[in-house]
Design a protein around this ligand. Structure first.
Ligand SMILES: NC(=O)c1ccc[n+]([C@@H]2O[C@H](COP(=O)([O-])OP(=O)(O)OC[C@H]3O[C@@H](n4cnc5c(N)ncnc54)[C@H](O)[C@@H]3O)[C@@H](O)[C@H]2O)c1
Length: 262
């Protein structure tokens, strides 16, 4: 992929498994990366491990002063901002039981945090002659999942926000796209399965044409592509990195017509 070397990316939520995979993939291609996360231990350890070209800036994206500090520190360390990846998320979700405060805090991170990050990065991208923003949406944006209201609605908002951002930032030569991962091996999967990848793949198999969960590195490839100059004519769209989850209908991957003959 072209156009990644010597550029600078800010990745929110980069201390977690998917985010860390993305940081490693950027780093391997010579992109300088700022890990913007509230997880001091995880973010600090990753920056220390990768060394030159990777900086951890403790950032709560629900706080505008911390966002401003993150962008300032990025510019001071690396001279500017070319890419923003809005990956951080809150999984706070109690469906219909959720309170107004739950909704506001979920949106403060998942949607408003991403908007404020983009707003703060925009002038720096303009100084560079343009840039790219990748927002994390999800398969959850398009289907109903039991007991979940806040997270899926916030991810649907991210898909729409991507179109709005793409429209209004095109004049600044800033491309804006989203990725929608399917089930991906991540902190949540790791915790819920107690580290059992085999079991996780087995549970995921009926929902994904490729019969497993995605690897964090596979999601990262989609993000890198959207940032790279290979995607120079792509803006305002969503890239499904979901192993065929969204292609599958209610009949799943089993022949349904023969059931009429049973
Ligand atoms: N895990 C999956 O299967 C899956 C599927 C589809 C989409 N996604 C998307 O991928 C992204 C990563 O998901 P994950 O499962 O790895 O999540 P995760 O919960 O493991 O990580 C989220 C990260 O965001 C950080 N964070 C939370 N609140 C923050 C705040 N206020 N400011 C800064 N950082 C904050 C956390 O510290 C953490 O490092 C999310 O956008 C999610 O919607 C994940």
């Amino acid at each position: 992929m072209k156009g990644l070397q010597s550029k600078t990316a800010i990745v929110t939520g980069a201390a977690t498994i998917i985010g860390a995979a993305l940081v490693r993939e950027f780093h391997a291609r010579g992109t300088r990366v700022v890990i913007a996360d509230i997880d001091e231990a995880g973010g600090g350890a990753l920056a220390k491990e990768l060394g030159d070209g990777v900086l951890f800036v403790k950032t709560d994206i629900s706080d505008d002063s911390q966002i401003a500090n993150c962008v300032q520190r990025t510019v001071a360390a690396f001279g500017g901002v070319d890419f923003l990846v809005n990956l951080a998320c809150s999984y706070v979700d109690n469906g219909i039981e959720a309170t107004r405060d739950d909704w506001m805090s979920s949106y403060g991170v998942n949607v408003v945090g991403a908007v404020m990050m983009a707003k703060a990065c925009r002038p720096e991208m303009v100084k560079r002659g343009g840039g790219a923003i990748v927002n994390f949406s999800s398969i959850s944006a398009k289907v109903a999942q039991t007991g979940r209201w806040l997270y899926p609605v916030s991810k649907a908002a991210m898909a729409q926000l991507t179109r709005n951002m793409a429209m209004d930032l095109a004049g600044d030569h800033i491309r804006v796209n989203s990725v929608s991962p399917g089930w991906t091996w991540s902190r949540v999967m790791d915790e819920l399965s107690q580290g059992n990848r085999e079991k996780t793949d087995k549970v995921a198999a009926p929902y994904h044409l490729l019969g497993r969960v995605g690897n964090p590195e596979e999601v990262a490839q989609g993000v890198l592509f959207l940032c790279s100059s290979n995607a120079s004519f792509i803006t305002g769209t969503d890239l499904a990195v979901d192993g065929g989850y969204s292609a599958m209908g209610p009949e799943q991957a089993v022949p349904a017509i023969p059931r009429l003959c049973e």
